[in-house]
Design a protein. Structure first.
Length: 243
């Protein structure tokens, strides 16, 4: 089977949206756009069809499509969009294109947050910083996803200084039972507090995980405990009781 091109798949992918909640105000703080197949197939199955330059062309199309779909659903709040680090290297104006799309559909640049993954290596930090600088000047925020899963997290915190980090699933899963991971997360929270970086705990599935992280100082959460991703919808979250 030959590799599909972005043109061939133009109508064959869409998005699900999952809320990120502020538990202190009990409101949706943002929605993350998650790529899906036309029948809700996983992001992995969609993205696995692309390699090399096609992957980055797909990434560009996906960013713009996510923005247009969010606007179609009537959402104009904070929107989290995943971006491959390599896309910025190949297309330095990638984020500018997304900003243009957002403005054209009534979403302010200040409401966009691009997520780049710690797992996706940034080979040249200075080039990367230069490529994101215009977007930051336009008001766009950046989040470092999968924090704790890669090998350069602390270097990126110091050099990149994202607006937000998202704690990796490996750190949060059953954290209430794991002393070493608790120590790591406490240290990350202190560091981020000093740097002015907001922490988001993603992948939260149980009350116990939530309670530990909330008592540790986290206020922004994402995961099945609050809401599953909604295919082409903006699901309303539920909140655990806490005091």
């Amino acid at each position: 089977m030959s590799e599909a091109s972005p043109q061939e798949l133009r109508e064959d992918f869409s998005f699900a949206f999952q809320p990120i909640v502020d538990v202190e105000s009990r409101r949706v703080w943002a929605y993350e756009a998650l790529v899906r197949g036309p029948n809700g197939e996983s992001a992995f199955k969609v993205i696995a069809q692309f390699t090399g330059a096609d992957l980055h062309r797909f990434d560009l199309e996906a960013q713009n499509r996510a923005i247009r779909l969010a606007a179609k659903l009537g959402y104009d709040g904070r929107l989290m969009i995943n971006m491959l680090n390599g896309t910025l290297r190949v297309s330095p104006n990638a984020s500018a294109q997304a900003i243009e799309t957002a403005v054209s559909v009534g979403i302010e640049p200040e409401h966009l947050t691009f997520e780049v993954s710690e797992k996706d290596e940034i080979a040249d930090l200075e080039t990367f910083l230069a490529s994101v600088r215009p977007s930051r000047q336009a008001g766009v925020d950046f989040a470092l996803d999968d924090f704790g899963a890669g090998f350069s997290g602390l270097n990126l915190l110091a050099g990149f200084q994202p607006n937000f980090i998202k704690l990796d699933l490996w750190l949060v899963r059953d954290i209430h039972r794991n002393g070493p991971r608790q120590a790591i997360v406490r240290g990350v929270l202190r560091t981020c507090l000093d740097l002015g970086i907001e922490v988001i705990a993603e992948g939260i599935e149980t009350n116990e995980e939530f309670y530990w992280l909330w008592h540790a100082g986290v206020r922004l959460f994402q995961g099945y405990l609050f809401a599953r991703p909604g295919f082409e919808t903006l699901p309303n979250p539920t909140y655990p009781s806490f005091a």
